[in-house]
Design a protein. Structure first.
Length: 858
């Protein structure tokens, strides 16, 4: 396999100041004529050969400076031409078959329309080009096609000319902003738009369109509101103004990821555009707001300043995730958003960091770049930048980002450029901090509180675990916010920020006559795992009293994690277990009745730590034991607090539907309460859930009730499932939920259900949303995936092999769950490894799957 290394970066030999593309569109066949004005790069080595990347395409003709010729050759998939002068014009014709493009990279057909996906290396599936992010070009795009099939023709920038000739029509688009090929986009199809406008801070009017299939326009209101809010927020918070007169978003049903930030023409998975209360949950609404914001924010962090090479991916993704997190926090509850973000980090990124695919946020090498669109690059990347913001404070951080945008506008930059700009602009010394970019692994911090002579001393020790290719690690600077609570008053004297930058250090605070209670990593100020030497009483105290919402949640989680881990390990006698369960029950009960809490936050405090997170706490995990103990605790709490949960469910069921926080909080609690009740007294709960299902006037309640019913072996289950399917006939996104609820359920027969669902007429491997809804929900369902028989592992391995030739990017995303084998008990571990070996032994694997499987076995 060819390994691409960061250290091998060389500037491009040739630049492409101008690109003109001419598309003759057809779903069966599309002809692309490109004209590239190329110029020798003064920073290159003087090589006279230009390398134009290609992938699965053939050149029908090539000419240089108007002369067709054969002075070109192929080098694998790439086209090479020797050029004598410093400037030339290269014309190339390629022919594509969009309807046959099941990989969904390059130009493809989706639901009758044509659309593109070029990041990271899809442009080379359209035409030959130096397909690397540091080659920026001015694009002019002409497209023509049958008006009945493709009434709307869109590309980046502005439409400068259009016309028609019989049944054919054409449009020419010009993007005034030079951009790398990965930001190119084209869409052609039968689309209708929700149109609005936004006036920027300098008074420019921008036309906004959200394009969808006819019939879907009524479900675009929330996306449009989110877009306008994003534009305003970026002006106010980061001083960034939009820079074109037009901003288009198109929703497509077949898409490998969430959305794509193409300049002036964002392309979205329908999932992150379409919503109304009847078909979208509160979580869907939040996700739409977050993704719309994310893609919009890329206009500056990604497009105006782009990446020099793909190793710098976190430069745009980590920063943009941080920006979208701050945006969502400002739009709703800051505390709840922080908790949700940490939950994602812990369940998706921590396992990555402790497994065979661990990599730094700026990787050193890759075989297939698509495999590096990871939680590490995105979410840990955001945490790393958030730490800089915490150390600098928001105002100085803003000075740093202003300097970054000013210095690098129009450039292809590096992570180092970003750090330097923050260092200079915010006045921080980030010398040692750069280790966060190069070292993988989640740092482990041990915290101990010592108390003597009125001094409280926080003793901290860090270790950074060994990860593949990184046997030795250096201590990292870890900014930790902490507070010391007086037991009697329940108050502290102010929060401190300490930076642990050595293997160990003591931080002393005077004026503590009595031993205080330590609250540490408040607000999750650093993406580390903290092991704190404290008592359950202190955790109960913090769970009830901490004034930092995240720390309060954390104390509750720690209390439960601590109990479950010792119970799973078999270290608790019957009596001890009951005592510990009592402590958990009391903590939950006090959260249920705390009048200072809003319901959204109350809902967070009720969520039990995920099984994947519990597994992370153990060197070798037994998924069966984890599942049994966690569900056992839930059932015990469900019985113990049955009346409380019933009262709670009754109370919140009275709250009418609205998009406000109180109403959303009520819905969150409704389903949380049902989950406990279903575990404690399944039959009674089934009735309650069926009632919630029947009375629901919104998808959050309906889906919540159905989720609970799906996990129970009761007659109400099948009835509700059949109703759900019929009620939302023809709505693909809701049908995805129907698949996912069954595959992700607690029902003992999930494996059988998934097998049956895979043969359902509505199931297809051609649509990534549908594949994820069935199989990712299953792979993330610990009890089913880790079935002792190994059938769950076999099912996912079979899927990978079947999906690989159809959509290798999506197939490769199913490898990491199997790659956890080293951290699983021996019987299951062997079965998991066996499936990986079976995949590895299969001929003709894609580069995507091969890289993930080889590394997972290595
Ligand atoms: N920047 C976008 C990445 C993306 C992508 C990458 C590989 C294959 C398909 C893809 N679709 C979109 C998404 C984002 O982070 O904004
Ligand atoms: Zn992004």
């Amino acid at each position: 396999p060819t390994v691409i290394r960061r250290e091998d970066y060389r500037p491009p030999e040739w630049l492409v100041p101008e690109t003109a593309l001419d598309f003759s569109l057809g779903a069966g066949e599309t002809t692309v004529r490109s004209m590239l004005k190329v110029a020798r790069n003064p920073d290159g080595s003087g090589d006279k050969t230009i390398r134009l990347n290609g992938d699965g395409i053939e050149a029908r003709s090539v000419s240089v400076d108007g002369k067709p010729g054969n002075g070109w050759r192929m080098d694998g998939p790439d086209l090479l031409i020797d050029l004598d002068g410093d400037e030339h014009e290269i014309a190339i014709e390629t022919v594509l078959k969009p309807a046959q493009n099941s990989q969904l990279m390059g130009l493809y057909a989706s639901n009758g329309m044509l659309c593109t996906q070029c990041e990271a290396q899809g442009f080379r599936r359209i035409t030959f080009f130096p397909d690397r992010p540091d080659v920026l070009s001015s694009f002019t795009v002409r497209m023509e096609g049958p008006k009945d099939a493709f009434p709307v023709l869109l590309s980046n920038g502005n439409c400068v000319k259009e016309g028609e000739d019989g049944g054919t029509h054409w449009a020419e688009w010009h993007d005034p902003w030079p951009k790398p090929s990965y930001l190119f986009a084209l869409v052609a199809g039968e689309l209708v738009s929700n149109h609005d406008t936004f006036t920027t801070m300098s008074g420019r009017k921008v036309d906004l369109n959200i394009w969808v299939r006819p019939g879907d326009e009524d479900r675009t209101g929330h996306a449009m509101e989110s877009l306008k809010a994003s534009m305003k927020w970026d002006e106010e918070t980061f001083g960034r103004e939009y820079d074109l007169d037009l901003f288009n978003i198109v929703a497509v049903s077949d898409f490998n990821m969430g959305a794509m930030e193409n300049k002036g023409l964002n392309i979205f998975n329908t999932r992150y555009v379409l919503a109304d209360p009847e078909t979208a949950t509160d979580a869907d609404y939040d996700a739409i707001e977050g993704v719309i914001g994310h893609e919009y924010f890329h206009n500056w962090s990604g497009n105006r300043v782009t990446c020099r090479d793909w190793f710098q991916l976190s430069l745009k993704e980590g920063f943009t995730v941080l920006r979208d997190q701050l945006f969502s926090a400002d739009m709703g509850s800051e505390a709840v958003k922080r908790i949700e973000d940490v939950r994602i980090l812990r369940s998706a990124q921590y396992p990555e960091d402790s497994g065979p695919l661990a990599h730094p946020i700026r990787p050193d090498s890759y075989e297939e770049i698509s495999n590096f669109y990871t939680a590490t690059v995105y979410n840990k990347g955001a945490e790393v930048i958030r730490m800089m913001r915490t150390m600098a404070g928001p105002e100085r951080f803003r000075e740093g980002t202003d300097l970054y945008f000013e210095r690098h506008d129009g450039e292809a930059a590096t992570c180092e450029d970003f750090v330097k700009a923050i260092e200079d602009g915010a006045g921080l010394d980030l010398g040692q901090f750069r280790l966060w970019y190069s070292q993988a692994g989640t740092p482990q911090v041990k915290a101990k509180l010592l108390h003597e002579n009125g001094f409280a001393t926080v003793r901290l020790e860090q270790t950074v675990p060994v990860t593949p290719g990184q046997p030795e690690k250096q201590p990292m600077p870890i900014p930790l916010k902490l507070a010391l609570f007086e037991r009697e008053t329940g108050k502290h004297k102010g929060e401190a920020l300490v930076v642990l930058d050595k293997e160990s250090a003591d931080f002393s605070f005077k004026g503590h006559e009595r031993r205080p209670v330590l609250s540490i990593n408040r607000g999750f100020s650093a993406p580390v795992a903290v092991e704190i030497d404290t008592t359950s009483e202190d955790l109960v105290f913090l769970a009830a009293k901490d004034d930092d919402a995240f720390a309060r949640y954390e104390a509750m989680q720690s209390l439960v994690v601590r109990h479950l881990i010792s119970a799973i390990g078999g270290g608790l006698g019957e009596r001890e277990r009951d005592l510990e369960r009592d402590a958990v029950s009391q903590a939950i009960e006090s959260a249920l009745f705390d009048e200072d809490l809003d319901d959204l936050m109350r809902g967070e405090l009720m969520i039990l730590p995920a099984e994947a997170y519990l597994a992370e706490q153990m060197l070798v995990a037994d998924p069966g034991a984890i599942h049994a103990e966690r569900e056992g605790l839930r059932a015990w709490l469900g019985e113990e607090l049955q009346e409380d949960f019933e009262d709670l469910h009754d109370r919140v069921s009275e709250v009418p539907y609205g998009r406000d926080a109180a109403s959303r909080g009520a819905r969150k609690l409704k389903t949380q309460a049902l989950l406990y009740l279903a575990a404690g007294a399944p039959e009674e709960a089934a009735e309650r859930a069926a009632r919630q299902y029947a009375l629901a006037d919104n998808m959050t309640d309906r889906q919540g009730a159905l989720m609970v019913l799906c996990g129970l072996d009761v007659p109400e289950r099948d009835k509700a499932l059949a109703d759900f399917r019929k009620r939302y006939e023809g709505n693909a996104l809701v049908l995805d939920k129907w698949f996912a609820l069954q595959a992700g359920s607690l029902h003992p027969d999930v494996l059988e259900h998934v097998r049956e669902l895979a043969g359902h007429p509505d199931f297809t491997l051609g649509n990534p949303n549908r594949v994820r809804s069935l199989y990712m929900a299953f792979a993330m369902n610990p009890a089913a995936f880790h079935a002792e028989s190994g059938e769950g592992y076999r099912m996912i391995a079979d899927l990978i092999l079947k999906l690989d030739p159809i959509n290798s990017q999506t197939a490769a995303r199913f490898v990491p769950p199997l790659g956890r084998w080293r951290r699983i008990e021996p019987v299951r571990s062997d079965l998991m490894r066996g499936e990986l070996e079976r995949i590895a032994a299969t001929p003709h694997l894609s580069r995507d799957v091969r890289e993930q499987v080889t590394k997972s076995l290595g």
